[in-house]
Design a protein around this ligand. Sequence first.
Ligand SMILES: [Zn+2]
Length: 154
Amino acid sequence: MSVPSLAMEDAGDSQHQEARTARLERILRRDGPACVWCGRRLGDPLVPATTEHVVPRVKGGPSWIENEVAACKRCNGERGHRTPAEWLDECERRGWDPSPKLIIASLERLAQAIERRGGQRRARPYLASQLRRLHRRSPYIPRIEVRGAPDRPA
Ligand SMILES: [Zn+2]
């Protein structure tokens, strides 16, 4: 009796794993094969790739691909509860090579997706304040105008 149930569990796990792998591959094709926080090349056995939420789930960030970037396991784990802006600063203090450009692009993509789909009220103020902070911090990165963006009047 336990054999069919184990087989079903395995199938479920491997389908879940396939979905995660496919999602990670889409993100890597979109953003390139480097960790957004340290710049190391992902996929090396010593630099395992993970996906992480730019706006954390605990702050209302949705599990949408627009809110996900690829990071190495170390950086994903060490970020903890820091905001993207705080963690970018810390990565630079550590002498790593983070990508404010990819983080800003992710936040802007998420703002556009929220504009299209609506909802996500909890994520909006966090998203807006991070975009303001990151554009102040990296003024050389061009802004994308998002119609009715969370921090602008519609
Ligand atoms: Zn990293």
